[in-house]
Write a protein that binds this ligand. Structure first.
Ligand code: BGP
Length: 475
């Protein structure tokens, strides 16, 4: 096998999200976002969502890892690892504190100018998500989040301002992080993070989520068109959470059900890449008598606002077993796959699934792919001489990079880059913990925001530096 494996311009780097690391939640004129109202959870115990900020409660995202004040130091460390790209997001509430203003907040815009300039200083390409699991809380209380068509305008105004302001600094964009996570409508937290929709007891959750998802996809498609009109060189992608769903056996019903489960989780890609709903889903809406608010003009926008590339996160795969129904429910239909291991937080670990994912998407969508999240959330221990020996993380990443390499070299997948998640330790999205660490850079901070906030290089820092330097040859 040819050892010089990845294209010369392959984008090695790392990924984070504004609300999980910035902190400074009330600085620079920032408004309150959904993420600012999430308390600390723990393994097995989801985070609580409060409707106002309560004095006696700890909200991990208020402080993050304090990137807001450390960004220069942090980007310098990323440059030292050799990063070619750095994915972060723009906190919507820094730009539009309430979300429904007509004028943006200049202090918020100026902050991201500084961050992008700092990246450029080291020739690091910023890769930017517009909405990463957050939105102004005001849009939730006043409008019901994405269950309201008005959100399309609020989002496209935000997108317009960002594209206009940063198009000379940022080439790679994504509209919504893991847009398909709202198919998990039985997990109120991820629905809320993603769409700002809070269910009432009698709600037809599924119908509400299909409607919210539709508005979001229209907003995304409109944003793509706005971006291309401002600067045709900008590459604007969708972003999907990709977890392969395998049939647990060769039983035909299991195979058919696994196919439907994948289709249900990934129809967002069909809409955002192909520009139209898949047939099974329009038929499903009909059979259910959903009568969703989907206008002819919406369908036109979807057709003309298709994405330039497909970004995705890859952490794990699932397995399912058919149990007499074809409506896939993530939390009920999953069964254990005896062929994969699991992380400390119980997430299945399946490197081969990454190669499967890359091939599955290439065959289905024929677009460049971009891995913008992958990684292992683990407990790290700092030794008395400030070392972090995280061999388990190196192993996880190495195994995944090997499979990614096969997809590129042997299968011809068009892959733009690899941005492992949480390249610097940050707040976990699902639990709010700091101790669920992903980084190459350790941040001295505990689950309650205590610590010096000093940054330390883990063993994986030096390993990844070598990987980048050798363009993936030296693993
Ligand atoms: C993805 C999110 C990220 C990130 C990651 C790891 O779903 O896009 O924001 O947090 O998962 O999840 P966690 O932080 O819960 O370990």
């Amino acid at each position: 096998m040819n050892e010089s494996t990845f294209p010369k311009n392959f984008l090695w780097g790392g990924a984070v999200a504004a609300h999980q690391l910035e902190g400074g939640y009330n600085e620079g004129g920032k408004g309150i976002s959904i993420a600012d109202l999430m308390t600390l959870g723990s393994q097995g115990h989801p985070r609580e969502l409060t409707s106002t900020i309560e004095k006696d409660k700890y909200y991990p995202n208020h402080k993050g890892n304090d990137f807001y004040h450390h960004y220069k130091e942090d980007i310098k460390l990323m440059a030292e690892m050799g990063f070619k790209a750095f994915r972060t997001s723009i906190a919507w509430t820094r730009i539009f504190p309430n979300g429904d203003e007509t004028k943006p907040n200049e202090a918020g815009l100026a902050f991201y100018d500084k961050v992008f300039d700092e990246c450029k200083k080291y020739n690091i390409e910023p890769v930017i998500t517009l909405s990463h699991f957050e939105m102004p809380y005001h849009l939730v209380t006043e409008y019901g989040g994405w269950s309201n068509r008005k959100m399309i305008n609020f989002f496209t105004r935000f997108a317009h301002v960002c594209f206009e302001r940063y198009h000379n600094k940022v080439k790679y964009w994504m509209t919504f992080n893991e847009i398909n996570n709202q198919t998990n409508y039985e997990d109120d937290l991820s629905v809320y993070e993603n769409s700002g929709v809070k269910f009432k007891p009698d709600d037809d959750k599924q119908k509400i989520m299909y409607q919210a998802a539709h508005y979001e996809m229209v907003a995304s498609a409109e944003a793509v068109q706005i971006g291309h009109a401002i600067d045709p060189d900008m590459q604007i992608g969708c972003m999907l959470a990709f977890c392969p769903i395998y049939p647990i056996s060769p039983k035909p019903e299991d195979i058919l059900f696994a196919q439907r489960a994948m289709d249900s989780r990934l129809y967002f890609g069909d809409v955002q890449v192909n520009g139209e709903y898949p047939r099974w889903l329009t038929q499903y809406f009909k059979n259910k008598n959903y009568n969703l608010d989907i206008t002819a003009k919406d369908l036109e926008i979807l057709r003309h606002g298709t994405v330039d590339y497909i970004a995705f996160s890859y952490y794990m795969s699932f397995a399912v077993k058919y149990t007499n129904h074809m409506d896939y429910r993530e939390y009920q239909d999953l069964v254990e796959n005896p062929f994969v291991t699991a992380s400390d937080w119980g997430w299945p670990v399946d490197p081969v699934g990454l190669r499967y994912a890359l091939n599955w998407m290439t065959t289905r969508w024929h677009k460049p792919l971009f891995i913008v999240e992958n990684g292992l959330g683990a407990y790290d221990k700092m030794t008395s001489d400030h070392k972090i020996h995280d061999n388990y993380r190196i192993e996880y990443l190495r195994d995944h990079i090997r499979e990614m390499k096969k997809a590129v070299v042997e299968d011809g997948v068009d892959l733009m880059g690899y941005l492992p998640w949480g390249c610097i330790d940050l707040v976990s999205a699902s639990t709010g913990e700091m101790k669920k660490r992903y980084g190459f850079i350790y941040v001295d901070e505990d689950d309650h925001g205590k610590g010096t906030l000093k940054r330390y290089k883990k063993d994986s820092f030096y390993w990844y530096q070598k990987v980048i330097k050798s363009n993936g040859t030296d693993l």
